[in-house]
Design a protein. Structure first.
Length: 198
């Protein structure tokens, strides 16, 4: 990690911990609206039973749990101890999963160890430089024939819907959300040299 990226990561960690200490108690209220997305990510993944999944910026664990309850081995990574405390309370007997409090831009895993790496609704909550580093880590730790799944905001084609959605989302999103929406998810994928699927 370069000195500049290290400093950005240090500042981001402080912001992240403070921000999600406030958001953790209410985060799962908003999560209700994303439940169908979590299940779709799992059903569309095409993974074999027991496949290894890495969930970056896992928050309160909704996507991690969605994979674990379908028999996958899951590691969830997040910077916020408050979010992970809530995630750990959702783990049920028989789930093969672990949560670790770690910066997702530099994870302690060997190359090509996971069948799938995912980040959902996390890129918009971090500086662009950190987001790019997270995507590169996802690519590094995923098997060559594995999959990367990235779920996040994009700008709706309808300008009224875009304006309304933006105004509502700004109520609870972090300070990085506006920049993320301005440059767009496609920019992140292009910069990380990742191709987009549907």
């Amino acid at each position: 990690m370069s000195q500049d990226l290290h400093e950005i990561a240090r500042k981001h960690k402080g912001h992240n911990v403070r921000w999600f200490r406030r958001m953790a108690p209410v985060y799962d209220v908003v999560e209700v609206f994303a439940r169908h997305i979590r299940e779709k990510v799992v059903s569309d993944s095409g993974l074999s039973h027991g496949a290894k999944v890495l969930d970056m910026a896992c928050g309160t664990g909704a996507q991690s749990i969605a994979f674990a309850k379908h028999g996958f081995s899951v590691v969830g990574v997040d910077l916020s101890p408050d979010m992970l405390t809530r995630a750990k309370k959702k783990v049920r007997r028989g789930y093969d999963m672990t949560f670790i409090c770690q910066d997702a831009s530099s994870v302690p895993f060997a190359d090509s160890g996971f069948d799938l790496a995912t980040i959902s609704f996390g890129l918009h909550d971090m500086p662009e430089e950190i987001g790019m580093a997270v995507l590169m880590e996802m690519r590094r730790v995923t098997k060559p024939d594995g999959k990367l799944v990235i779920v996040d905001y994009d700008v709706p084609r309808n300008s009224f819907a875009a304006a309304l959605g933006h105004a509502i989302a700004k109520i609870w999103e972090s300070k990085y959300y506006v920049h993320f929406l301005k440059v767009g998810l496609r920019h992140y994928l292009d910069e990380a040299q990742l191709s987009a699927g549907e």
